[in-house]
Design a binder for this molecule. Structure first.
Ligand code: COA
Length: 142
């Protein structure tokens, strides 16, 4: 919508990130069956611009579950409604934590990857989790 754009007609990255956080939060909630909060958002890359009038398509999936946290991957596409051409404009990984009624982290149901694609996502998410933990240790030392 025009309210999401700059004067050149490109949609603000921040507007897209808001949708991304919302859809990932919904997917996390649906998986955990309870309220979940965003714990962290990985580096977000924008591969191509999104223009006013494009149909924004967000696809989100739970890639990996630790104990109380899970990684949700979001793929963002923009469809030109006139030509029907769809462009992959960005992707991101977010970590959500399920909270109990006291606002404390609570264990959530695991994911069991079945398809080759699900197994690849699971393994890559596990590797990213290890990377995040290593980064946290480095940041804590700084
Ligand atoms: C996220 C939050 C609940 C974690 O609480 P905490 O007391 O640090 O919890 P713990 O140390 O027990 O960690 C719980 C889980 O979260 C994960 N986690 C905590 N901080 C994380 C971070 N920055 N990035 C990724 N995962 C994180 C831990 O690895 C752990 O995962 P696991 O149970 O699968 O092993 C807490 O920091 C919080 O409430 N943050 C604010 C969230 C919020 O308001 N988000 C909206 C944006 S403002």
């Amino acid at each position: 919508m025009p309210t999401d754009a700059n004067i050149m007609g490109n949609v603000f990255g921040g507007a897209i990130m808001r949708y991304m956080d919302e859809i990932a939060g919904l997917v996390a909630w649906r998986h955990a069956g309870r309220n979940c909060v965003t714990a962290s958002i990985d580096r977000m890359s924008f591969y191509a611009p999104v223009y006013v009038g494009n149909l924004l398509i967000l696809k989100a999936t739970v890639n990996y579950v630790g104990t109380t946290s899970m990684e949700v991957g979001v793929r963002i596409e923009a469809e030109n409604l006139t030509s029907g051409k769809t462009t992959h404009t960005g992707s991101c990984h977010l970590t959500f934590v399920a909270l109990n009624e006291e606002g404390k982290p609570i264990p959530i149901v695991k994911v069991f990857p079945v398809t080759r694609e699900e197994k690849r996502r699971f393994k890559e998410a596990q590797e990213r989790r290890e990377l995040r933990e290593r980064e946290d240790i480095v940041l804590a030392k700084d």
